[in-house]
Design a protein around this ligand. Sequence first.
Ligand code: NCD
Ligand code: ZN
Ligand code: ZN
Length: 344
Amino acid sequence: MQQLSLPRPDDWHLHLRDNELLATTVPASASVFGRAVIMPNLVPPVTDAQQAMAYRERIMAEVPAGADFQPLMALYLTQQTSRVQVEEAAADENIIGFKLYPSGATTNSAAGVTDIEALDHVFAAMAELKVPLLVHGEVTTADIDIFDREKVFIDTKLRPLMERHPQLKLILEHITTSDAVAFVESMGANVAATITPQHLLMNRNDLLVGGVRPHNYCLPILKRREHQLALQKAAVSGSPKFFLGTDSAPHAQSKKEAACGCAGCYSAPAALELYAEFFERMDALDKLADFASHFGADFYGYPRATETVTLRREPWQVAATIDTAVGPMVPYWANETLNWQVEK
Ligand SMILES: NC(=O)N[C@@H](CC(=O)O)C(=O)O
Ligand SMILES: [Zn+2]
Ligand SMILES: [Zn+2]
């Protein structure tokens, strides 16, 4: 196969950051994706509808002419989030749901949730008003090993949460373990998951063998190979519960290549091509359109895209660095080759 057309894909988990960096990050995603869920972990976080609208306007100002890009704003859930805010979110077509960051779990999560159970009235309102809950699923206590944090979160927080709120529409984001796959499969159609390119293409060897590779460092951290295999199987299974969310998370090169490097892979410059690479390696290119363009829209209740994008089989090399307003950035897969290229 030399050419592959699919309905315009959507990115159901994306970090664009803010201000001058938007001139780089928005075109990178808007040139390929039709819709994207915009993560709210700015400093300060995007916690209410007003802040989200102001942020959305800053994003829209950077959408290239001719691109039809729809940012779907996620609001940052805090211990102070109220039922009124859930009602506001439900009434606002530009807001997709609330994002739960356990406090301390990841980049800019300090304002996140410290006591999930204390927010039960908020989750009840979300279930009632059909407002989705997007979850970074990791516990944060020092006694739990970083490689076990997703599984422990599922067992101690998520399963009980779903028992208390069985109707809650929940997306476990950037899943990394066979435990997460099993959890999602064990739940009803109101529970789904996104999977990143790095968790499909890599395991923890790619982070640590032969030297530490900071550009493959993200959270939840890459796991052992058997978990990667479980994610791969889920992605090509044809189950509508698993779909595309890049978690493209740009950090300046100087912040990644540092004594205490930031977590996040900037995959947007090659996002769809990375997924195509994975699906081709799995001999499952026929499943790419469902994963990238159909299942997420179906789950969230948006119409499937009618426009198409075309991938050509024309190997290319991902840039070593990308110049941005905050200095050079090393994209995920830098200097490596990809077989497929999006026609732009
Ligand atoms: N995935 C990451 O490693 N980093 C993300 C935050 C997140 O999605 O957890 C970021 O904002 O940098
Ligand atoms: Zn996260
Ligand atoms: Zn993320």
